[in-house]
Design a protein around this ligand. Sequence first.
Ligand SMILES: [Zn+2]
Ligand SMILES: [Zn+2]
Length: 313
Amino acid sequence: MKGALVGPEHISPIIDTVAGSPDPKEERKVVTAISPGVMPKAWIHGCPKDMVSSDDALQVHWYNEDFVILRQSKSIHFEAPFLYLIFGQEKAALFDTGATKKVETFPLQKTVEDLMRKRYGARRSEVELLVTHTHAHGDHVAADAQFAEQANTRLIGAKLDDCLPFFGFQDWPTQVAKFDLGARPLYLIPIPGHETTDIAIYDEKTGNVLSGDTVYPGRLYVTNWQAFCASLERLYDFLKDRPVRYFLGSHIEMSNQAGVDYPAGTEYQPDETPLEMDWNDFLNIREAVKKLGNEPKRDVHPKFIITPVRGGS
Ligand SMILES: [Zn+2]
Ligand SMILES: [Zn+2]
């Protein structure tokens, strides 16, 4: 459908910055060049119960030189969340601190500091690391304390009272905030519904959307149905005229068999589906939620399972 910006048409303005100039026949008014990146063939995914894990505490994957994805080992915590580190010219931002507090088993701060030094070299001391969150659930904030009182590091609490003033939100949840890391603008879109503090982060440079526990290949737990519906619309409205490469969420719970998930608490996922979702996947989630209307119920789809709950997860 012309102008509806679905599927490949939506992502057509993506231009490989290495490849050069936009197609002159391109009809869209604004063509934004986005930086390409690569996803790994597989993530660390735990090991069978009767074996000793050989996984590192964290898998570090350089999507490109300014965008790092980290996965916590399933052998440390079954939630095995994904964390994201984005580098700008003046600041860097870490989104989420994982599911484990103990530095002995989960040395997140040290890992991130090593990455900062790798990226910035001697300039590290001039670059502030912001530690912030996709939302306030325990498996996203557990290692926050590792970053407290570290040099050139600012820890921003996940509660709305802490993060909204920092990012300049005045009208939650209807306002989108822009935050620049230095030639690296990020847009923060409020998307409560899974929990109360959910924020999606749109990284203009890569076209990636950090989508927390709202858009990911797994059980999309919804604690506030009305808020969740409104949040998907808000996210759609914001993204529909912008290039989107991937939605990158915080977990993988689906297997590579359509509609089949690993049960909650699973510590070994040898056949998990890839992390990344695309614009069409997002449209499918939006459509599924719309179809349920005012009657939320568990609803199984090939790549996700809508899972309304009371109280949160
Ligand atoms: Zn959550
Ligand atoms: Zn989570």
